[in-house]
Design a protein around this ligand. Structure first.
Ligand code: PNS
Length: 161
């Protein structure tokens, strides 16, 4: 049984940024249900645990009733199949994102042809934001108010201080 109304937006979200939220808000208007899926990858050194990343997403998306926060391990396409979802959403900020995204989408298509990847362009206001930039600015005590949702600012600073 396929779940055509569900779109999955996967990522590391370490931490969620205003760019992610822009994409989530826009996608939540395009699909009946949007699942934001946090990759739980023990090999990758993340600043925040998967639980903390999900908690921050939950707070930042609390105004969006059709957005659900989840996590997954291993291959994205296996997770997609486990919840019978067939649409993956990814954001493109600039051409520099394209090569990596193109490769991921093609690999996913090779191993799971029923799954489609859709791309939304990040709004120009947020095109320069990345989670790694947020971590760097916060690590040195810089102002992250224009980079992450207001409700998670303290969570991010607490990781460092
Ligand atoms: O926010 P990110 O780090 O750019 O997200 C990348 C993510 C989590 C979407 C990607 O690394 C992923 O799907 N990882 C799971 C492993 C997988 O399915 N790999 C196959 C595609 S190459």
């Amino acid at each position: 049984m396929r779940n055509k109304g569900v779109c999955v937006y996967p990522g590391s979200f370490d931490p969620v940024t205003l760019g992610h939220i822009d994409l989530i808000e826009r996608a939540s208007k395009l699909f009946p249900e949007l699942v934001v899926a946090v990759l739980n990858n023990p090999d990758k050194h993340n600043l925040f645990t998967v639980e903390k990343r999900m908690e921050m997403l939950q707070k930042a998306c609390s105004h969006l009733p059709n957005v659900k926060i989840d996590s997954f391990d291993g291959l994205l396409v296996h997770y997609m199949r486990s919840i019978q979802a067939e649409i993956v959403l990814r954001g493109l900020r600039a051409v520099t994102d394209f090569e990596n995204e193109f490769q991921m989408a093609q690999v996913n298509r090779q191993i799971a042809p029923e799954i489609e990847t859709l791309f939304l362009m990040t709004s120009p206001d947020y095109a320069y934001i990345s989670s790694s930039a947020v971590r760097q600015v916060a690590a040195f005590g810089g102002d992250i108010a224009t980079l992450v949702p207001q409700c998670i600012i303290q969570d991010v600073y607490q990781a460092y201080h």
